[in-house]
Unconditional design. Sequence first.
Length: 113
Amino acid sequence: MSLSVEQAMEEGHLALAIGEMGQAAEHYRKATQIDPTHAEAWQSLGMALVKLEILEEAILCLKRLIELRPKDQLAYSSLSLAFGRAGKIKEAEEMAAKAKVAGWGGDPTKIGA
């Protein structure tokens, strides 16, 4: 029996709950492989990688999340955090502005287009 995306996510959440961030990231990565359109998996993987300070990969994951959910405030906020941690301040500020627009019900894809 193959692992479902829900099972992979649950395993990731369990690993996260006991402080095993590296294991959590691997489970979330598996979830993205099972279903590349599963936005929560990309969010979880991206944020786990931020915590692990694997920032370039985190940024790629969170950009994928934005492709899947282009008007999601949390997606832009998460990417802003990743950019900030990576020292990419201009990009972090741009994503923070897009998060604000999304939070107000606007279309963040219109900013900087």
